[in-house]
Design a protein around this ligand. Structure first.
Ligand SMILES: NC(=O)c1ccc[n+]([C@@H]2O[C@H](COP(=O)([O-])OP(=O)(O)OC[C@H]3O[C@@H](n4cnc5c(N)ncnc54)[C@H](O)[C@@H]3O)[C@@H](O)[C@H]2O)c1
Ligand SMILES: [Zn+2]
Length: 405
């Protein structure tokens, strides 16, 4: 016989609560797959070494494979040197580099098929070597395969080492919308290997520097000044300069994720996405003729001007930011900024709506209160955006005239 309990009137609520601590190493190294270099095997063994031999499915960006024709051999040499700890199951899986991989739904399915063919389980690892796009696609597949298998990233571009590869997000594009399908899935480890940067084409080296300028602008004035002082060396891709830039930028991104209070972006704010509402749209409008970092440089310039027009940023600082971006080699005007939709509206403005829809909630865009200090605003005046765009074109003309004089 059931004990009698009071009749429920409005229902019963039992609060469920638990916390999961995330911890993963971000290692800066060179020649990660030199047999003498222990960082990869240590990352795979994790913090609690066991005699277990860990199974790895390895995915590599085709761009990296082309730039490093011996990579596959080097990986197998590493595997042989560390046979007791790790095993690369099946061959290295090449993944087309760049946005094509994120745009084509078949690519994620291919990655999932490769994980299945290698019987990867939640105790094995999906290892991805590549640019931000390949890391995003492999990271997404790894996060949904068996509800999430361990994932180790070896970012191979400046952008991925300084920003995207060290974070907790992944995504692919869908229905013409950037990063529509994705998850928050912290990696098991991140290994930043300077040797990948050495073979990176100049355009991609430059592109990644935009994210470092971005994070310096919202979080760390001293890094901005350092970039300014070293802009010419960085523009010439001085390897030591790039190492410093990448590590400082990565640390700022890591601190934001760990200490910013909202690692999985449940609020309305995306503080690391300064300059990104227009950048994402420009990438789509140009069908990725603009690389992500190139679009971010334009977005940062646009929002810096907007910050000044709205009275947040001191006059002249916007020009200073644009000059730095140009010294680094970025072109800050692109016709896509002026393109209009069927209704005659600036097409880039649609990016603002998409930016808000991505998170939901109140529109929150990060602008600048000063160099090194971001500020959240909740309304943008379209006329001021249009004026900022025109300023980007006009200031160049003004400079050309003064250069000629
Ligand atoms: N998940 C996140 O938090 C996050 C954050 C920022 C950006 N992203 C994403 O990152 C992507 C951009 O990444 P990216 O800038 O690294 O570029 P990318 O991944 O598009 O790669 C650019 C090109 O460089 C090639 N490549 C990569 N490494 C190479 C190397 N070492 N040598 C020679 N070629 C190489 C690739 O094959 C590709 O052709 C975008 O899709 C963006 O949305 C994600
Ligand atoms: Zn970015």
């Amino acid at each position: 016989v059931l004990e009698r309990r009071p009749t429920r009137t409005w229902g019963a609520t039992h609060d469920q609560r638990f916390t999961v601590a995330y911890e993963y190493p971000v290692v800066f190294t060179r020649d990660a797959f030199d047999p003498e270099n222990p960082v990869v095997v240590e990352a795979i063994r994790g913090r609690a070494p066991s005699p277990k031999r860990h199974r790895l499915a390895v995915f590599a960006d085709e761009g990296v494979l082309a730039a490093m024709p011996h990579l596959e051999h080097v990986l197998h040499r590493y595997e042989n040197a560390h046979r007791s700890s790790l095993e690369i199951v099946g061959g290295i899986v090449p993944v087309p580099g760049g946005e094509a991989t994120k745009n084509d739904p078949q690519q994620v399915l291919r990655i999932i098929q490769a994980l299945a063919a290698r019987s990867i389980d939640r105790h094995s690892y999906a290892v991805a070597i590549g640019g931000g796009a390949v890391l995003d696609a492999v990271g997404f597949a790894a996060a949904i395969f068996h509800r999430g298998v361990r994932h180790v990233r070896l970012p191979s571009t400046v952008l991925a080492q300084a920003d995207s590869g060290i974070g907790v997000k992944n995504a692919v594009n869908h229905m013409g919308c950037k990063n529509l399908l994705g998850t928050f899935a912290p990696p098991a480890a991140v290994i930043n290997d300077g040797a990948f940067i050495d073979v990176l084409p100049p355009r991609a080296k430059r592109s990644g520097m935009a994210e470092a300028v971005k994070v310096a602008l919202i979080r760390d004035a001293s890094l901005f000044w350092w970039i300014e002082r070293n802009a010419r060396a960085l523009a010439a891709f001085d390897p030591n300069g790039l190492d410093i830039l990448i590590e400082r930028s990565a640390l700022l991104h890591m601190r934001q994720i760990a200490a910013g209070g909202d690692p999985f972006e449940t609020g309305s704010s995306r503080p690391l996405d300064f300059g990104h509402w227009s950048a994402h749209k420009l990438e789509m409008l140009t069908r990725h003729a603009l690389e992500h970092g190139e679009a971010v440089a334009i977005g940062v310039a646009l929002d810096s001007r907007l910050s000044a027009l709205m009275g947040h940023l001191a006059p002249g600082e916007d020009e200073r930011i644009c000059r730095l971006l140009e010294t680094l080699g970025f072109d800050l005007r692109h016709d896509a900024l002026r393109s209009r939709d069927d209704g005659g509206r600036l097409a880039v403005l649609r990016g603002l709506r998409e930016f808000q829809e991505h998170l939901g909630g109140e529109l929150t865009v990060t602008l600048l209160a000063a160099i090194g200090q971001g500020i959240d605003v909740h309304a943008l005046d379209e006329r001021l955006i249009a004026r900022s765009i025109e300023w980007l074109f006009d200031r160049r003309r003004a400079r050309r005239k003064s250069d000629a004089a």
